[in-house]
Design a binder for this molecule. Structure first.
Ligand code: DGL
Length: 270
């Protein structure tokens, strides 16, 4: 009864941590495609091919349901996968929709027409590929009207986090927030639209100021997954053990992951 969690690298561990706390009896198989990270600078075809390969690996590990804990894959590949690639008995879910439902104060699966919502000026921080896809704006437009979104592509930030260079990561966050504020001086809400960014959430909040509500995905995705599994209990696959898989160097990835989550994480080769 395992569920797969996929990211290009370590960022999805922020989601894994939240889903494991929310669903302690569910085994999760995590796959980081560290060999090919970052995805955020790749084109959509590349992200699609890599995401399909990783999803197949998780199906092989006994996970019929795979969460793309990667906004770049959710934005650039998921729709295409759902349209023509995923077999009937499997499911692949992204991390965008729970976030947008929270921002637009909707219940899960509420498909009523778009309406006005409390926030009107929203800053989106994401990878260049996610920003280019405009998937966030598209999903938002299905649910809300009159929301002005200013997107900031945070070049370099995922690499700095994957390398564990937190001094560079902090400098990049501050300069990307400055760049965003030049375009939108007073955002009401900020979306951390990359699963690596919650590791820098305090710096984003500090740079944005206390009046900006910062939304990050981990807990929202965990609640949404718990709700989904109550409605679709048959989507738990046959896998029984939790595992951490990587396409990269298992020792190096384990050391970085341990540093991020502040508990020992042991990766094995995918
Ligand atoms: N953490 C991923 C995301 O949520 C991917 C970052 C990357 O590989 O560039 O977008």
């Amino acid at each position: 009864m395992a569920v797969g969690v996929f990211d290009s690298g370590l960022g999805g561990l922020t989601v894994l941590d939240a889903v494991s706390k929310r669903l302690p009896d569910v085994p999760f198989v995590y796959l980081g495609d560290n060999k090919h990270a970052p995805y955020g600078v790749r084109d959509a075809d590349d992200v699609y091919t890599l995401t399909c390969a990783a999803t197949e690996r998780l199906w092989d590990a006994g996970c019929d349901l795979v969460i793309l804990a990667c906004n770049t894959a959710s934005a650039a590949a998921l729709r295409r996968m759902q349209e023509s690639w995923i077999p009937r008995e499997k499911r692949v879910l992204g991390v965008f929709v729970p976030l947008i439902e929270a921002l637009t104060e909707r219940q899960w699966g509420d498909n009523s027409p778009p309406r006005e919502v409390a926030v009107q000026h929203v800053a989106l921080f994401a990878t260049p590929a996610t920003v280019r896809s405009r998937a966030f704006q598209r999903e938002l437009a299905f649910r809300a009207i009159g929301v002005d979104v200013e997107a900031q592509a945070c070049g370099g930030l995922v690499d700095a986090i994957e390398e564990g260079d937190m001094i560079l990561a902090e400098a990049l966050v501050r300069s990307h927030v400055d760049a965003l504020k030049r375009k939108m001086p007073t955002p009401q809400a900020a979306i951390l639209g990359c699963t690596h960014y919650p590791l820098m959430q305090e710096i984003f909040q500090d740079a944005l100021g206390p009046e900006v509500a910062v939304y990050s995905q981990a807990n929202l995705v965990a609640e949404s997954l718990a709700d989904y599994l109550v409605r679709h209990p048959n989507m738990m696959g046959q896998g029984e053990a939790s595992m951490f898989l990587t396409t990269g160097d298992a020792k190096r990835v384990s050391d970085h992951a341990t540093q991020f989550l502040r508990r020992r994480i042991q990766f094995e080769a995918a």
